[in-house]
Design a protein around this ligand. Sequence first.
Ligand code: ATP
Ligand code: MG
Length: 642
Amino acid sequence: MGPDNVLAALDPEQREVAEAVRGPVCVLAGAGTGKTRAITHRIAHAVHSGVVDAQGVLAVTFTTRAAGELRQRLRQLGTPGVQARTFHAAALRQLTYFWPRVIGGDPPRVIESKLPLLIDACRSLRRNQDRSELRDIASEIEWAKVTQIAPEDYAEAAKKAGRTSPVAPEEVFRLYEAYENLRRERHLVDFETILELTAAVMTEHREVASQIRQQYRYFVVDEYQDVNPLQKLLLDTWLGGRDDLCVVGDPNQTIYSFTGATPRYLTGFSVEHPNATVIKLVRDYRSTPQVVSLANRVLDRARTPHKLALIAQRPDGPEPVFTEYDDETAEAEGVARAVRKLVGGGVPTREIAVLFRVNAQSEAYEQAFAKAGLPYVLRGADRFFERPEVRQAVVLLRGAARSAEPGDTLASTVHHILSGIGLTPEAPGGGKAREKWESLKALADLAEDLAATGADLPAFVAELERRAGEQHAPPVEGVTLASLHAAKGLEWDAVFLVGVTEGMLPIIYAETLDQIEEERRLLYVGVTRARAHLGLSWALARSPGGRRSRKPSRFLDGLTGRSAQKSRAAAPASSASSADRRQVAAPISCRVCGKTLAAAAEQKLGRCAGCPADYDEALLDALKSWRTGVAKHEKIPQWAIF
Ligand code: ATP
Ligand code: MG
């Protein structure tokens, strides 16, 4: 897109964002309103009009995929060369560059997971190593580090912050301390330390700070509602008192506060920067009015001061479909059938996503999709280049490249090596084996693509290493299976939100009202990922013939709510192909008493005219009955979140 069209492709408010070329600028707006679009166009406009060089821009976002998309959008706008990175990637590059110059020696090695070090810390303290407990401890250490809390202050701070870790605070403190000692001894850095050290090196070495600040003059942060105190510290250090900063975010999409993120930097932006230009966007360009209406109703029930209701811009589409299944297998098979139907109707698989609360839920879908012959991509689990099979493959390929005996073609050499570690001609069923196969197949496909450009094995390995550095997975076509957390910022034509039950969404260990509200925001994030087709489903039992002990999520009350259950009882006998499911239309019920609302005015209000506006009592009641009704053995470990 040429410089002239950059502004033409925006609505008046988005244009205002793009034309506010000098910071501080804050865009506070709901999902799908074009925040990400506005910032990419703003950067392009600033570069085209000579306000800043492309190299002087640092655009920061939260996931590698989102950073990749930012870069792609910027390239399409004729602005290649802009640095669009995650906080970690940007910091790591700077740290790696300056370390040998100012500290000396090799930079520390990055660890992706805290677990191996924590296991050693346990050994040093002669403590048991229960794996799920270790994951809980790792989350607590992460929280403490992003909140800048030293080990000795952990117990008090955790109590004050209302952390609900099942591990005793004194235990966490001892392990946190041992973990940090081991980490330093072994010259390792975890994600939080990367940010901490980058900020510290800049603070202690003025020449480093001035070099970085000379390079980056123009800062943009997407998804600012999920910035944590450590990221904020680094951002402030990068800025060094300057204010060419543009942030965009949606407080109703804060979904990482359990790790220490907070929307207060977003909502307090104009207090921190009294000269800020604050712009709100309300038009939703992503979703049909039917999806937008559901999203607004989800938000209506949220305890949020930022209602940010969305106004749909797209033409009508299908109504969201709510489906109850007897068990999880039936649910996964039902979703696979619905996906097949969409694909048959011309929706490409890459435009379809199945979103769930915890990664462990993907298993049933992997099985069902493999059985139905539907390609799928699992996102948000291990990063591609961190997967054991990919690491193993890269080591073998690197070795082969060094020995690099001529003769075979690149594709057949790679195939030969990969088949030695599990790449078969046929894809295996589901689960881990399938996941491993998909990773190896992706490597083989990439080799074929590169071979077509004349690349040899060393060139292929160099490309893998470049991608590993950037954490870029080779693109694989297929239905996306992802956790709700991993789906942030993304969009698909069709989205299936599955497992919408009490215990899953909200997740069973969400106890406090704040935690429950974060779960509700996850539902909002999920709903707003859909452009047109949206399915929400749940299963009453875990496995076929199992006890039907599950209940639909409380968040569905008033969306399908009690009336959905009534319709279910009255549902006509289903057809043979869908004997296990009942589809339910989505009548609007009162969010306080649950009665179906017939009057349009009441529907708009979301409650009966006679019911109190303040529904905290109802929320509390629901919480009480949910707590007592939940079987303890169903506890889902915290590590299963992503
Ligand atoms: P989220 O909160 O989920 O991150 P967002 O506010 O960043 O959403 P975008 O992803 O920028 O929203 O935009 C949503 C969709 O709407 C994209 O497909 C984008 O291209 C499209 N869009 C945004 N603004 C416009 C516009 N003015 N005209 C046409 N399409 C638009
Ligand atoms: Mg966005």
